[in-house]
Write a protein that binds this ligand. Structure first.
Ligand code: FAD
Length: 412
């Protein structure tokens, strides 16, 4: 769609939040345009066919807190099959390098860590989650590894108040055709301008004046949904400047998580929906989902500083490390049974610059600061603004709906 000269509401970003806002404004009587820098919708939700028989979500894959996840009803409405198989995250297939009694001991330490952090959060005083690791506990590196998957960052960079605010109902489902594919179907009715990179938002006048790579657009109101790292880096400049938003975004950086998909020869040798942790006594390790949905492949997950190192090494490093870790556990013949198909590089993606937000110690209150409207004309959504479902796709979508309600309720 080409860019009109003016609209009632401009939405910046066609990820889950932007699409959630656009869908909520559908019957409002307001003219709406979603401005998207990429040539596709979904943002950090992106499904690709890694091979003709292998669906791969480069970004979000799990319907977290599925019993409270607004995408579940959307998937049902759009005829997307939901797979309710329990995630294998606490298993280790074949007990490889991590026998059952060791796993039980690890889980005990992990749960005790969460209990200590939760109790500390109840005091209302914030601090780094790493403070609640038990001194000398042999599982500390692995507890930190879990944080790199959950938060995209090690525990020394994670606020306990923020961790405590997240609502996890521990019910996790998946969309068989891909979460990104679901997002594309959800966004299909939205008015979209692709390849439309927003660089400046002037909110000094009666209308909001938006500078884009496709020209100027004047809007009565604007909803900004871009990831925090772009606001922190001032990739979009505001006039007048909004230092409180930039500071809030800096307190809520995107951590890093990356995925790699490997084709698997002779798949029957491995269990459907099995799981492997690449190592046990260190933080820098991958986590592997064997034959997701029964597909002939292994999906690897890497987080935190380790993921960043591997991204910086260049394309192929993640796959090479994944194959090395799996072969160490399952035998060297896996070196020839596994073939790299695709991988994400979210830190190097100019319109994401990371994977999902976490609050730095002392910064948990920044989610509300980032979410607050400015002068009844500028509104903010995106996963980082969700009070309880941040870092997720449904949290992002719900935040877009919240911003749309604010737009409709505001008088300016
Ligand atoms: C590896 C990985 C695994 C994940 N796993 C899960 C999971 O299992 N379950 C889950 O719920 N969540 C998961 N997430 C998180 C989830 O994908 C995100 O929280 C969610 O998709 C964010 O949606 P959003 O709308 O806030 O932001 P985005 O999806 O980032 O959307 C923002 C949009 O703004 C666009 N944009 C940026 N800058 C500009 C600009 N200047 N002008 C115009 N447009 C711009 C971007 O291109 C993008 O399309 C995962 C993410 C990653 C990376």
């Amino acid at each position: 769609m080409s860019l009109p000269s003016s609209v009632d509401v401009a939405i910046i970003g066609a990820g889950a939040a932007g699409l959630g806002a656009a869908r909520a404004l559908e019957n409002s009587g307001l003219s709406v345009m979603v401005l998207e820098a990429r040539d596709r919708v979904g943002g950090r939700a992106h499904t690709v066919m890694a091979a003709p028989d292998i669906t791969f979500d480069l970004g979000c894959g799990w319907l977290h807190s599925a019993d409270r996840n607004s995408f579940v009803a959307i998937a049902e409405h759009l005829d997307f099959d939901i797979d309710k198989t329990r995630p294998p995250w606490r298993e280790q297939s074949f007990d490889a390098g991590f026998p059952k009694h060791e796993r039980a001991d690890f889980i005990k330490s992990l749960d005790a860590f969460y209990d200590r952090a939760e109790a500390a959060a109840k005091t209302g005083r914030d601090s780094a989650a790493s403070r609640y690791l038990e001194f000398g506990n042999r599982w500390n590196p692995m507890i930190d590894a879990i944080s790199t998957y959950v938060n995209g960052a090690e525990l020394d960079r994670v606020s306990i108040l923020d961790m405590d605010a997240y609502e996890d109902t521990e019910i996790n489902w998946r969309v068989r055709r891909g979460y990104g594919a679901l997002m594309t179907a959800y966004g299909a009715p939205c008015p979209l301008a692709f390849n439309c990179n927003v660089t400046r938002i002037d909110h000094s006048g009666q209308c909001v004046s938006i500078e884009t790579s496709q020209g100027m657009l004047s809007a009565g109101k604007a909803i900004v949904t871009v990831p925090t790292n772009l606001i922190a880096d001032e990739a979009i400049r505001f006039h007048p400047a909004l230092p409180a938003k930039v500071d809030a975004a800096r307190g809520l950086p995107l951590g890093l998580a990356d995925k790699v998909m490997l084709a698997l020869d002779q798949p029957d040798a491995l269990p459907k929906d099995g799981s492997l942790r690449g190592a046990t006594m260190r933080t820098a390790m991958g986590s592997f989902h064997l034959r997701p949905f029964g597909q002939p492949c292994i999906e690897g997950y890497f987080g935190g500083r380790y993921a960043r190192e591997l991204e910086d090494e260049g394309p192929g490093a993640l796959a090479a490390r994944a194959i090395e870790e799996i072969s160490t556990l399952l035998g060297s013949d896996f070196r020839r049974k596994l073939k790299p198909l695709a991988q994400s590089r979210w830190a190097h993606d100019p319109f994401a610059r990371g994977s999902y937000s976490h609050a730095l110690p002392g910064q948990a209150g920044m989610r509300a600061v980032l979410a607050a409207p400015v002068d009844g004309r500028l509104f903010f959504a995106g996963e980082a603004t969700s009070p309880n479902f941040f870092s997720t796709a449904h949290g992002a979508r719900d935040s877009g709906e919240r911003a749309a309600r604010e737009v409709m309720g505001s008088k300016a």
